[in-house]
Write a protein that binds this ligand. Sequence first.
Ligand code: ATP
Ligand code: MG
Length: 188
Amino acid sequence: MSTQSDRTTVRVFFALWPTAAEHMALAAWQHPLQHQCGGRAMHGETLHNTLVFIGEIEQSRLEALQLAAQEVSGESFELCFDAARYWGHNHIVYAAPVHVPQPLQQLAGALEQRLTRHRFKFDPREYKPHVTLLRNAHWTDVPLPEMPPVRWRVKDFALVQSMSQDGVASYRVLARFLLSPSEPLSGG
Ligand code: ATP
Ligand code: MG
């Protein structure tokens, strides 16, 4: 490999990447919401929840990035998206969990900690779990209609490459990192 190709960069982020059934259930929210708010619907199979956004990184560091992510020990959990919301500052309509499960907050924190430890840079903004459904939408402060809750059984997280072609984003899952099975609830 030449020195030049060693400096090739890729755009990557860590995310919860759902199963086909899970993303289809959320994609079903898009049509009624688009009816209300207009905008452009994200392709159903690309719906995801960004955990940590890295951005451009040299390809040669991807292996080390994966090793850092492997150090994260998290527990699998259920994530229930039960609210459709709108951000006026970027015109995004998104699905959000009303209650953020503790293991999800811990996962995002643990991942950031391992990345910091290994000197990877990432966007340090506070983690706000959401799945972008519509772009360029327009809405007010009025609550969006209720949507049927969608449950994701989160058993792993993913390192994803983001590519943009003719202004259209496409994604590629580069690696998955398993979470340990969660403890069964006692006393049942
Ligand atoms: P495009 O930017 O080409 O329209 P995109 O926003 O889906 O498409 P990216 O910008 O590569 O693609 O972002 C990938 C994912 O990371 C998206 O879920 C995006 O919302 C999220 N993301 C992008 N930038 C940041 C950031 N600075 N902090 C946190 N999350 C981000
Ligand atoms: Mg973007």
